[in-house]
Ligand binder design. Structure first.
Ligand code: C5P
Length: 243
């Protein structure tokens, strides 16, 4: 039985009320979902790996002065986070053509983009997260113009830092999705990185072989998802072989 009140349940995570006001507990599930074609599978141990990988990445970002909601990992599946007001956007940053961009624009997967591209999608399960422009975001009041600027600046800093971090361990950061939230501290409000950073929400390719080390292994029924996530964790130096 859960001791804490459940605040929100998504496809891969649950948020519980935290121990102190202004905090939440983020719990990583093993559920793995794809919308098109719709499929869900419980992959044993995925939540544990994502909790560890996301802890590592968010700690590094915090250390670099890039603000996130992350406070500390609590146990194998849970981390303590600051409560934020989630902005209903998925912000995708792309360095190399893959996935929906490759498909939509007919660009061969693996093509290095002339520059990094930022895209916005409206977070809405029923609508399958449609792509939106800044016009839609401001017209419908999902974020203010200044907030969009802050989000884009945050996304670029995250991309620059993490591209280098992954390259250092032989991994190409092809693309990734982030979510941002409004953190209220007294009279002040600032935009911080929320949600998670894991191979569920990023494309990570081996620099040498271009082997996929991310959720595309599940999307494309390639198998070996846990082994790939373990290898990401191992290269980042955050898990030893026995864990
Ligand atoms: O599918 P697409 O190419 O648009 O995905 C771009 C990036 O955003 C990928 O790294 C994917 O894992 C991530 N993404 C996500 N959640 C979604 C859609 C995409 O994490 N709902």
């Amino acid at each position: 039985m859960n001791r804490r009140r459940r605040v929100y349940e998504g496809k891969a995570k649950i948020l519980y009320e935290g121990p102190e006001p202004g905090t939440l507990v983020q719990h990583f599930k093993d559920d793995t979902t794809v919308l098109h074609p719709k499929k869900t599978e419980v992959i044993d141990g995925k939540g544990v790996l994502n909790n560890r990988i996301s802890e590592y990445i968010f700690s590094q970002l915090n250390r670099m002065g890039i603000p996130t909601h992350f406070i500390r990992r609590m146990n194998m599946r849970e981390q303590l986070i600051k409560e934020v007001e989630i902005i209903p956007l998925q912000v995708v940053v792309r360095n190399i053509a893959a996935g929906s961009l490759a498909k939509r624009l007919g660009i061969e997967e693996g093509t290095v983009l002339p520059r990094s591209i930022i895209e916005f999608y409206y977070k809405n399960d029923e609508l399958d997260d449609p792509m939106v422009s800044e016009e839609h975001i401001t017209a419908f009041g999902w974020a203010a113009p200044q907030e969009i600027d802050d989000i884009m600046a945050l996304a670029i800093r995250v991309n620059d830092f993490l591209s280098g971090l992954f390259l250092g361990v032989g991994i190409q950061l092809v693309d990734f999705k982030i979510e941002c939230g409004r953190l209220y501290e007294g009279d002040l409000m600032r935009i911080v990185l929320a949600d998670e950073f894991s191979p569920d929400s990023a494309r990570l390719w081996d620099s040498q072989t271009a082997e996929k080390m991310d959720k595309d292994r599940f999307r494309r029924d390639m198998g070996g998802l846990i082994e790939a996530y373990q290898e990401v964790a191992r290269r980042l130096g955050i898990m030893n072989e026995n864990e």
